[in-house]
Design a protein around this ligand. Sequence first.
Ligand SMILES: *Cc1c(COP(=O)(O)O)cnc(C)c1O
Length: 378
Amino acid sequence: MSTIPVMIPWLGEEEAEAAAAAVRSGWVAQGPRVAAFERAFAEHLGVPHAVAVSSCTTALHLAMIGAGVGPGDEVVVPSLSFIATANAVTYVGATPVFADVDPATGNLTPDTVAPLLTDRTRAVVAVDQGGVPVDLDAIAALVEPRGATVVQDAACAAGSVYRGRPAGAGAELAAYSFHPRKLLTTGEGGMVTCRDGELAARLRRLREHGMSVSAADRHAGAGGAGAVETYDEIGYNHRMTDVQAAIGLVQLGKLPAMTARRRELAARYRELLGADLAAGLVGDPAHGSTNFQSLWLLLPAGAPDRGEVLARLAADGVSARRGIMAAHLEAPYKGTARVPLPVTETLTARTLILPLYHSLTHGQQEHVVAALKAALGR
Ligand SMILES: *Cc1c(COP(=O)(O)O)cnc(C)c1O
């Protein structure tokens, strides 16, 4: 029997055709398909501006610059997140300040953020961990009156809903990932969204070396024939390609079906696990719904060591994963936490992520649950 992986992207002939069409068009770098993907993504979210980039990490990097974060500033982030959340803060010379999270959602709350705010706090990065929407309004109400910006790390959250709107839609700045570990994938890719038109224009320049006229616009004759571009600040090459955007356009159309399927499979896991075990399963918060990008399970008290459980599952053909990492336990950030992070340390040590993907069959699900119950001695 072949191993059940933790994730398989839902890609098909339509994506292959769209990528091939981009190649055949002769325009493979950032161009018309990137522009179309940006418009479609902004429309999906109901936000005015979406700027496509090479990853969520580069989206977060630009969001930090857009929020005015620089050397000497502090940015409150959850330690319980993929390390790119903290790294983006470090890239701009600022200091990530690690806050603890809520045990049920894995997300920052006003209570965990408040004790860490100082005169130097320039921003807070609110993550939708594993797709669970963070309570953005509650954090913004705490942070914005102080003149700091809330940046939403919605890397995992395409398809999630917060207070009736797509997750991230209400943020000043939000960053999304299209890595294959997330729902909607372009291979590598990301998007940064914002409310302000001038900021969006600046982010577009920053992703392309700081150029005043993009290469695609110059090619299309915008800015006047023979327009010479200028470079008014230091930019980056954070561009997405048209091949990626072509795939993204198809994937965006499939997002509602992807999300519905994951939610259906998550509900079925809950039933199969039984009330006792399912008590440790991540679920919807009161203020929204998750896309179950990561379906994590907190091991019950008395369960064997998590490494032992993962090894037993692997031996049974199930490729589960450790839970979300904690940045403050990794070498670059070791010893930097200013407050104890007990919930973070419990979740990172005692959760595991179960296989969940569009083509997961009911039979495979039953096997995963049987293997898990055996691994837990139940
Ligand atoms: C995946 C992820 C990222 C990084 O996304 P990339 O597109 O791989 O750069 C950042 N933050 C969180 C919370 C993530 O889960």
